[in-house]
Ligand binder design. Structure first.
Ligand SMILES: Cc1cc2nc3c(=O)[nH]c(=O)nc-3n(C[C@H](O)[C@H](O)[C@H](O)COP(=O)(O)OP(=O)(O)OC[C@H]3O[C@@H](n4cnc5c(N)ncnc54)[C@H](O)[C@@H]3O)c2cc1C
Length: 329
């Protein structure tokens, strides 16, 4: 049993920031134990990414390429990955806490008869054991946990750890691993990817999020928030109330039944601060609330609050950013 493995998620040849952050966590764990980091790249036509993985901290990269791995699907990814984990017997397998990473983590834990700790925000080595802190009960409590069996499967929350700086002089080994898969053996097929709007910043990776709630009043009411988000280089977020009302698509929803976000700054506009919304904000460093109602619960968690009409304050903020030459777009 040795080494820390990382599943280096890629989508259409691009590796998301959270996957690099996960590699950074693996590097730290491996250094603490004097062992090596193996990054696993799966897909089709993705071998060129391996050099980047070495520069970002991997000692070895295993590249698994096959037409059946071109699009992420749980069944072929498990079929390709599990035998290699059995053979390599790593101490832990780390994955980014994305939708795909979580799905794969659950499948790996089930196949390997071990356990997955999802959404970890702290990791350390205590008594030779990898110990992780993760939120439970919608983030009301934090549990320090370890997995008794090996490998421990961990998914790493985005923006909870720093992204490593690349070192182009790092040396490592790149291994192409033969994958034997029968494409007709898998019950699912990806027909198309529904592309997010071009240039839009992903909620999971954003440093700033502008969130809108029922206070925006209508689908058009999001326009000043979009303007502010553009000026700040921020992502747009929303409450479930406005998603349920059909004012904005589900992919923007933040909270218990939406996304968990960890930006440095969250600007909540016309958001009351319901517990289910707040549970998606546990990793936010600074919350600014704009709400007409001074009693709104959001003010209990906000560092800064503005009690006023969002339609007055939000455009004024955007205008001020532009006036000071700080607006991005
Ligand atoms: C099982 C379950 C899961 C849920 N999951 C989620 C989830 O994932 N995410 C989520 O967000 N919710 C979730 N909810 C819903 C949650 O309980 C709340 O209903 C929802 O978050 C409220 O959204 P809101 O703040 O937009 O609306 P409201 O609670 O109606 O608040 C609107 C706010 O806007 C303010 N306002 C109005 N006009 C203006 C103005 N012009 N300027 C400034 N302020 C103004 C009001 O004072 C008010 O505080 C869930 C609920 C359940 C039961």
């Amino acid at each position: 049993m040795s080494g820390i493995w990382v599943w280096l998620e890629q989508f259409q040849g691009k590796i998301p920031s959270v996957a690099w952050e996960t590699l950074g966590v693996a590097r730290r764990l491996a250094d603490a134990q004097g062992t090596a980091v193996t990054a696993v790249l799966m897909g089709d036509g993705i071998a060129a990414l391996a050099e980047e993985a070495i520069a970002m901290g991997a000692d070895e990269v295993r590249v698994m390429e096959h037409a059946a791995l071109a699009d992420f699907r749980l069944e072929p990814y498990l079929a390709a990955f599990v035998p290699h984990i059995r053979e390599g017997a790593p101490q832990a397998v780390l994955l980014p806490s994305t939708a795909r990473g979580r799905e794969l983590a659950g499948g790996l834990a089930a196949e390997l008869g071990t356990a997955a700790l999802v959404d970890v925000i702290e990791v350390s080595v205590e008594d030779q054991r990898i110990t992780a802190v993760r939120p439970i009960y919608e983030g009301k409590l934090f549990a320090r946990t370890y997995v008794e069996r090996t490998p421990a499967i961990l998914t790493v929350r985005g923006r909870a750890f720093p992204r490593p700086d690349p070192d182009p002089n790092r040396k490592g080994e790149i291994r192409s691993v033969a994958v034997a898969l029968d494409p007709s053996a898998f019950p699912t097929q990806v027909l198309e990817w529904i592309q997010e709007a071009e240039g839009e910043i992903s909620l999971n990776e954003a440093r700033i999020v502008v969130g809108g709630g029922r206070g925006v009043g209508s689908p058009e009411g999001f326009e000043p928030l979009r303007e502010l988000a553009r000026a700040l280089g921020a992502a747009l977020g929303a409450t479930r109330a406005v998603v349920d009302a059909g004012w904005i698509p589900y992919k923007y929803q933040v909270g218990q039944t939406g996304k968990t976000i960890s930006p440095d700054l969250y600007i909540a506009c016309g958001v009351s601060g319901a517990i289910q919304h707040l549970s998606g904000l546990r990793g936010v460093k600074v919350i600014v609330a704009i709400n007409k109602d001074p009693e709104a619960p959001i003010f209990k968690v906000a560092r800064y609050g503005v009690v006023d009409d969002l339609f007055k304050i939000v455009p004024a903020l955007t205008a001020e950013l532009r006036r000071r030459g700080l607006a991005r777009g």
